[in-house]
Structure formats: structure tokens, C-alpha cells
Design a protein around this ligand. Structure first.
Ligand code: GLP
Length: 263
């Protein structure tokens, strides 16, 4: 696992956007490049930079197919807190060559969630899997909506949100946890770790415990993000603020292996 430590949030986002653009540009196969994407505040700076690069013709999304990680159950697309709305508002509406038919987001208004999730897994498989899955994590280490104690081999399905997550996410729902949907559709930990590469953004002091658990605790379903330790090509992009709970030797080690300039 690589942990790429950047000085601050802006630099972390720039690094991640450069990495994603480089991967897309290096993709020379006929089949599309398949990109997994998250919502949340962490990726906003990455999306801003990708939009800038796309408008400057530094990266094209014409041959990119996207799959989002998750969606609230029961929120219509038009709701300003739906992840469909978020993705269009922060990324898709601003890209000059993204094809709408290449955008995949779980339908939170489905009347058959099981079928919706099974079809999502099948569609990912039909493209030959995900090339690069970008993610973020919650303060409790949840990856997508795979809350603590979700199986590390889980697939796309319905997830109950914990009280903690509803409290944390209530900042987007008038500070009322009751207004945060109780359920979501989410890719599983197994869905994410099946991807060829995984890039997870972890920034800010409030994620310091989660970063330490991700990289130097044991692999445990208590911290579902720790499953990344078993992935052959996982990268954490983080900022200094998130490193506060790493031991000094771990911090030095990760800096050391990044000394060579590489993407
Ligand atoms: C939500 C999403 C996660 C996201 C997390 C962290 O719960 N389901 O996919 O990673 O929030 O969000 P933020 O980046 O705002 O801290």
C-alpha cells in the first residue's frame, strides 16, 4: 500500500486528480476506462481540478464509464442531497465530453433494491470490472456506506446507516439526524477491492484515527477501510492533518517510499 502524504487539502486533491488523469490518458485499450467515484466533501477539490483539466483538454472523459459508490434510499435525483444531484453539480455537468449514458449511479427510488444492486454488479462485470475506484471514508472508517462490521467480502446491496453516520451527515440535512435517510444502496467492500486500483482520499484531523486504522491497525470489519491492506494496488492520498495518529515510524516509512518522484 502507498500512502501519499501531501501538505494540505489542495495539494492532496491536485495529486489525486493528476493521478486519475494520468491513468485515463495511459489507457489505450478499445474498451472504456472504468472509473469508480465517491461523493462527500473530500473529493470536491479533485472534481474541481478534473473539470479544469478537462476544459483545458488535458484529459478527456469521452472514453470513460463511471460507477458511483452509493446513493441514499428514498431520495429522488432532484433532491439537492441525492448523490445523483451531487455528482452532476460537482462534476458531470461541467465536463465537456462526458457521455450521459456512461454515468452509472444506483437508483435510490427503485422499488426493487435487490434487483437494482444485482444489476449494478452485473453492469460493472460487463465492462470487465473497475480500473480505478476512487473513494473517501467516514470518520468511523466506512468506505462507501459499508459501516463498521459490514463484511469485508460484501457486494452491492442495501445498507442501514449507523446513528453516528446520520449525525455526521446531518450537516447537509438542516442538522437534523432524523432527516438523513436511514438506508442507502452501496457497493460492497468486495466490489471496491475487486477493482484493479483503489485510491482513497483521507484528509483533516477528524479522519486521523481512521487513517491509522486503515494503514496500521489489523484488517478488521470494525474498520471496513482496513480491507485495503489486502489489495495489491491501493493508494491512500492524505494531508498532513490526517497523519496525527500515525506512529512516527509509519509516517517516516510512507514518506520514504515516496521520495522518488512518481505518479
Ligand atoms: C458519506 C459517503 C461516503 C463518504 C463519507 C465521507 O457517508 N457515503 O462515501 O466517503 O460520507 O464524507 P466526507 O468526505 O464529507 O468526509
Amino acid at each position: 500500500m502507498r500512502v501519499v502524504i501531501q501538505e494540505n487539502y489542495e495539494k492532496m486533491c491536485k495529486w489525486a486528480a493528476d493521478y486519475i488523469a494520468a491513468r485515463i490518458n495511459a489507457h489505450k485499450e478499445d474498451r472504456p476506462f472504468v472509473l469508480g467515484l465517491p461523493t462527500g466533501s473530500s473529493p470536491i477539490g479533485v472534481y474541481r481540478e478534473l473539470v479544469r483539466m478537462n476544459k483545458a483538454r488535458e484529459v478527456s472523459f469521452a472514453n470513460v464509464v463511471t460507477f458511483n459508490m452509493d446513493e441514499y434510499l428514498g431520495l429522488p435525483r432532484e433532491h439537492d442531497q441525492s448523490y445523483w444531484y451531487f455528482m452532476h453539480d460537482n462534476l458531470f455537468d461541467h465536463l465537456v465530453d462526458m457521455k450521459p449514458e456512461n454515468i452509472n449511479i444506483l437508483n435510490g427510488m427503485t422499488d426493487d433494491p435487490e434487483a437494482e444492486c444485482a444489476a449494478y454488479e452485473a453492469k460493472i462485470a460487463s465492462y470487465g470490472g473497475i480500473d480505478l475506484f476512487m473513494g473517501g471514508i467516514g470518520v468511523d472508517g466506512h468506505l462507501a456506506f459499508n459501516e463498521p462490521f459490514t463484511s469485508l467480502s460484501s457486494r452491492t446491496g442495501v445498507r442501514a446507516l449507523t446513528t453516528d453516520t446520520r449525525i455526521v451527515n446531518s450537516r447537509f440535512f438542516g442538522n437534523d439526524p432524523e432527516k438523513v435517510p436511514a438506508y442507502a444502496l452501496s457497493v460492497g467492500i468486495g466490489t471496491v477491492t475487486d477493482s484493479k486500483e483503489v485510491l482513497v482520499l483521507i484528509n483533516g484531523h477528524n479522519k486521523a484515527r481512521a487513517l491509522a486504522a486503515t494503514v496500521q491497525g489489523g484488517v478488521s470489519q470494525q474498520w471496513t477501510c482496513s480491507a485495503l491492506q489486502l489489495h495489491p494496488a491501493a493508494i491512500i492520498a492524505c494531508d498532513e492533518a490526517a497523519c496525527g495518529e500515525l506512529t512516527v515510524d509509519a509516517y517516516r516509512y510512507f514518506l520514504d517510499i515516496e521520495k522518488e518522484e512518481r505518479l
